[in-house]
Design a protein around this ligand. Structure first.
Ligand SMILES: *[C@@H]1O[C@H](CO)[C@@H](O)[C@H](O)[C@H]1NC(C)=O
Ligand SMILES: *[C@@H]1O[C@H](CO)[C@@H](O)[C@H](O)[C@H]1NC(C)=O
Ligand SMILES: *[C@@H]1O[C@H](CO)[C@@H](O)[C@H](O)[C@H]1NC(C)=O
Length: 402
């Protein structure tokens, strides 16, 4: 009897000892040390005990491998605050396993990045996780930067580790997103400036923005040239859904969203692999920005054309819903309306102050209401020839994958 209970006691002690030892063995560092090609990330963890030293509750660490940092190229020139926000963005709240996701499932995962300078969405900035038909799990971050989980579901004391092949990029505002990646959004952002709505749209928390691509503005160049500022404001506000971040998987067939234009409704239609808002096709969904999500669309929406729906018999693009007047051409020969309304920044050389090639549009909506065309205009951003991120076929491919 006595011997038996001693043995039992020893058993308890050794179990406790073992679990203490295994807890020790499952620290973040020790688990990462057992994996190849994580030298850079492990170095960053060591330097940032404030972020990785202790966690309040369970977390999932998205750990970029060395190749991910290699692809980034410039990460060692990140400012301290950018590095700090980037690292916080790689700490996801809760323990997320890839096995908990079904094929086609997406989750909008909250991260540890709550700094107001970087995020204006409720519950901290988020990442999207999506399980592809191939079973791969893809993470999507700002600027539609994606990464694939290459080593799944490693356990450590405070949750899970997912090793990824790209460094996730902290979402920025729509303007910076347009300038540095999605140059196809410059007409929309320029129009927000022209209508003095940039602060309203970029400054509010939790928004969904349906942003027409440049070509959609170009085919209405004459229409916009004649449009008064009040009408322009109504048109633009109709593209914004306040108080709600609606991801592609939430855009269900026949669902309706209330726009910032007096609550006027926007209707979602799904047909085969296409998703439309009114009659405009979503070309690229889920471009994360600091205050929500942007969906790039192929047509300008009309607040007085809320009943517009796609015509599925058309093989070509859906026609514009606003009445076309005057210049409607698309392509490089036609200046993009409102592109010249984007203010210049240090990284963008001033335009010729001459009412030249880029001087024709947007001048009717100068912020003081006067025309600046032909005068010595303020330096304006033109010719934003940045790296366009794939839209169109690649985007449709990504949507089909959902
Ligand atoms: C580590 O990186 C090297 C060089 O890119 C590669 O050849 C090797 O397969 C990687 N090892 C693992 C386990 O991923
Ligand atoms: C979406 O709703 C429309 C209108 O009711 C319907 O005709 C269509 O079949 C639906 N599409 C899908 C993909 O369910
Ligand atoms: C839809 O497109 C077809 C093909 O161009 C056309 O014949 C038809 O009139 C259109 N329907 C509507 C409602 O506009």
């Amino acid at each position: 009897m006595v011997l038996g209970s001693t043995t039992a006691l020893l058993g308890v002690v050794s179990t406790a000892l073992l679990s203490a030892m295994s807890a020790q063995a499952a620290s973040l560092e020790s688990v990462l040390a057992g994996q190849a090609n994580l030298t850079t990330f492990r170095g960053l963890i060591k330097k940032h005990p404030d972020i990785f030293g202790k966690f309040s509750g369970e977390v999932t660490i998205a750990a970029p491998n060395d190749n991910a940092f290699g692809k980034l190229g410039d990460w060692d020139s990140y400012s301290d605050s950018r590095l700090d926000s980037t690292l916080h963005y790689h700490v996801l709240k809760g323990s997320i396993t890839t096995t908990s996701l079904l094929k086609g499932d997406s989750i909008w995962a909250a991260t540890d990045l709550t700094d107001k300078d970087y995020t204006s969405v409720s519950g901290g900035q988020h990442l999207i996780l999506n399980k592809q038909p191939s079973e791969e799990v893809v993470l999507t971050s700002g600027f539609a930067t994606r990464g694939t989980i290459v080593v799944e579901d490693l356990s450590f004391d405070n949750g899970k580790i997912q090793i990824i092949d790209s460094v996730m990029r902290v979402p920025e505002g729509i303007e910076s997103t347009a300038r540095s990646a999605y140059t196809d959004l410059t007409a929309f952002v320029g129009a927000l400036y022209a209508a003095d709505l940039i602060d309203e749209v970029a400054g509010q928390k939790d928004v969904t923005i349906f942003a027409p691509r440049n070509a959609a503005f170009q085919q209405l160049a004459g229409t916009f040239e004649r449009m008064d500022t009040e009408t322009l404001r109504r048109v633009l506000r109709y593209h914004v859904v306040p108080g709600r971040v609606s991801h592609i998987w939430e855009l269900k067939n026949e669902s309706v969203l209330a726009s910032a234009e007096n609550g006027n409704k926007l209707a979602i239609t799904r047909h085969t692999n296409f998703i439309y808002v009114n009659s405009a096709e979503i070309l690229q969904a889920d471009i994360l920005v600091s205050n929500g999500v942007v969906h790039l669309i192929d047509n300008v929406l009309g607040p007085d054309e809320a009943n517009a729906r796609p015509n599925f018999s058309l093989t070509a693009a859906q026609p514009p819903v606003l009445t076309q007047v005057g210049a409607t051409a698309t392509g490089t020969g036609v200046p993009t309306p409102f592109a010249s309304d984007l203010p210049c920044t240090a990284s963008c050389p001033p335009a010729e102050a001459s009412g030249g090639v880029n001087g024709g549009y947007g001048t009717a909506y100068g912020q003081d209401g006067s025309s600046t065309n032909g005068g010595v205009a303020l330096p304006r951003c033109t010719g934003l020839a940045g790296a366009g991120v794939g839209v169109g076929i690649a985007a449709i491919g990504a949507m089909m994958a959902l």
